[in-house]
Design a protein around this ligand. Structure first.
Ligand SMILES: CC(C)(COP(=O)(O)OP(=O)(O)OC[C@H]1O[C@@H](n2cnc3c(N)ncnc32)[C@H](O)[C@@H]1OP(=O)(O)O)[C@@H](O)C(=O)NCCC(=O)NCCS
Length: 204
């Protein structure tokens, strides 16, 4: 890996003293909805999404809980492949950069009071260390007026920018499925844009 392993070890140790990492389970579904909704949009990711994520063979993920077993953060990812990604993004130009087997980091939310402490990186590290030998890693990020929510995390794992797609989430945003700050007033047009990051298997 290109990132600094000793920094990650130190961070992991500090986080694991304060929090516990646990697998996703169906009894957490309501907590997952509650944590995600204010940040990604009410109803955008509903009980069904989380229930499927927990029970599907293609999906996996992790939760972080505090000493009272309260949910602090979660990451959900799924197995996909080159063809599916090219179809979803609608850009054949990215095909040459992709591996045949891909892990897509789908959804991650950290509770506001625990942000910028490395919890997000810690969660992604769990997926990478278990799956990097077999899969390339894909990440969709949200660019809002030049601020990309996952940019620093992507850079810290040495993901490469694959491209930016202004239309990919537009209809979801136009239909108010997720929270676009520009549209909160109900007047402004959507400014969301999707940034795609990828780390090829050979680069781990
Ligand atoms: C994005 C998010 C998951 C990051 O979690 P986190 O635990 O705060 O991330 P980390 O502490 O591991 O931070 C990693 C880096 O990203 C930066 N970062 C964190 N949140 C950021 C944000 N919203 N915008 C820009 N940079 C951010 C941190 O400053 C840090 O940079 P550094 O390594 O230079 O210090 C969290 O802010 C969140 O839950 N946001 C709302 C939901 C969301 O946007 N999810 C992502 C897409 S599903």
């Amino acid at each position: 890996m290109k990132h600094n392993i000793s920094n990650f070890r130190a961070l992991n140790m500090i986080l694991s003293m304060n929090f516990n990492l646990i697998p996703l389970t169906t009894d957490r579904v309501d907590d997952l909805v509650k944590l995600a909704s204010p940040h990604l949009g009410e109803g955008y990711l509903d009980r069904e999404y989380f229930f499927n994520s927990v029970t599907s063979n293609n999906y996996d993920g992790w939760c972080v809980v505090d000493e009272k077993n309260e949910l602090v953060a979660f990451l959900i990812y799924y197995k996909t492949g080159e063809k599916e990604v090219v179809n979803k993004v609608g850009d054949r130009g990215i095909k040459e950069f992709l591996d045949s087997k891909i892990i897509c980091l789908d959804t991650m939310v950290v509770a506001p009071k625990y942000r910028k402490m490395g919890v997000g990186k810690w969660l992604i590290e769990q997926a990478i260390k278990r799956l990097q030998k077999e899969y390339g890693f894909l990440m969709y990020a949200w660019n809002q007026r030049g601020k990309i929510n996952m940019e620093k995390i992507a850079n810290s794992f040495a993901f490469k920018l694959l491209g930016e797609y202004k239309e990919l989430w537009k209809s979801d945003c136009e239909n108010n499925l997720f929270k676009c700050p520009a549209k909160k007033s109900g007047i402004e047009a959507c400014v969301c844009s999707t940034v795609l990051y990828y780390k090829a298997k050979e680069l781990f």
